[in-house]
Write a protein that binds this ligand. Sequence first.
Ligand code: COA
Length: 392
Amino acid sequence: MDVCQPILNTGLRGFKVATTRISLVDGAAGKLVYRGYFVPDLAGRVSFEEVAYLLFYEQLPKKEELENFKKQLVSQRSIPPEVIAALKTRPKDALPMDILQASVALLAHHDPDTREYSREATLRMGIKLVAKFPTIVAAWNRIRNNNEPVDPNPDLDHAANFLYMLNGTIPDEELTSFLDTCLVLHAEHSFNASTFSARQVASTRAHMYSAIAAAVGSLSGDLHGGANARVMQMLLDIGSLDKIESYVNHLLDSGGKIMGLGHAVYKTDDPRAHILAPMSKKMGERTGELKWYEMSTALEKTGKKAFKERKGRDIFVNVDFYSASLYYYMGFPIDLFTPLFAIARISGWAAHVIEEQFGGAGSKPVLYRPSSEYIGDYCGPEECAFVPMEAR
Ligand SMILES: CC(C)(COP(=O)(O)OP(=O)(O)OC[C@H]1O[C@@H](n2cnc3c(N)ncnc32)[C@H](O)[C@@H]1OP(=O)(O)O)[C@@H](O)C(=O)NCCC(=O)NCCS
């Protein structure tokens, strides 16, 4: 049976390639579910560690289980001195997502679990990467600013420890809980581009680090995780409320895209955006500069209207739209917005790698190998006659 024809050049939209027990994205209803739990019910009520546990172990942890899991994460936060030394040799203007991707590959050299193809070893590698992602990102930000990396603080939870390693000071509760909620909201999102990249690599039985390095590369693109940084850049470029309309009209008329709008699956507003928007407002109030939140809401309204006028259909906000101003208010450098996304999403990616390799949905692991339609009509219907070098 030729299954290729109906999905050619559609970016696999709507095409189910596997079963999963990890999450559900219902685009029509605007619903996101992690392992049976509606994500808006989790946000603000559970920590990132609880969500990572849920993704790995299929249930929310009991108190003692959570304590043990946290201890495991704390014990794995450090990265080898050789990796820190390597980071110190990198050009200071290297892109943080490239640094993260390279660091994941470097970490593989130091982990004997890469030699063992088992569920236990793969889970251990996943937990190690969840623990180490914040350390890599924070260390790189300090190194590129000519500061020494700050060692992880075992007394702090995941979100607080990241802020501590980044800034060198213990963060306040509000900032920590906002970051924690952002991590919960970004932890998992079914078969998006980066998760599919991870699963595709995992399907070859390559180890966790290889799969995750591929996922980091995929997330870095502007149409995927890179969009949050592009949204903030757009707000800064526009500069003020009165310039939004002309900016949007010019952008759409010249074939550009409004970053943070549109989604391959959601046909309504992204449910995460409705949680992030009030958080952005609150942070704006805290910093005394509501401008970026107000510009975001105006840009959302103007962008949606201008898109409908041109295309005759609706477009919706996605997760990256309000996380941009929120992260900006929280003081993160713009080029760390996407690494922040990765610090959360590593938990979902790792759960998917385990599921891809060792089942979980009653599925048998299978090597991904799609087909393509060859349109190499170079020499008409026949193959080309070989021409030796002298005669070309
Ligand atoms: C995410 C995205 C790739 C999903 O795209 P999609 O809806 O599946 O499909 P397409 O990219 O093919 O878009 C369909 C049409 O809508 C337009 N469109 C989609 N998103 C748009 C946006 N943000 N601004 C302007 N036009 C947009 C496309 O240009 C295309 O127009 P056409 O039919 O005239 O060619 C797309 O919406 C996008 O590029 N958004 C901006 C980047 C972004 O925010 N990414 C983060 C996603 S979480």
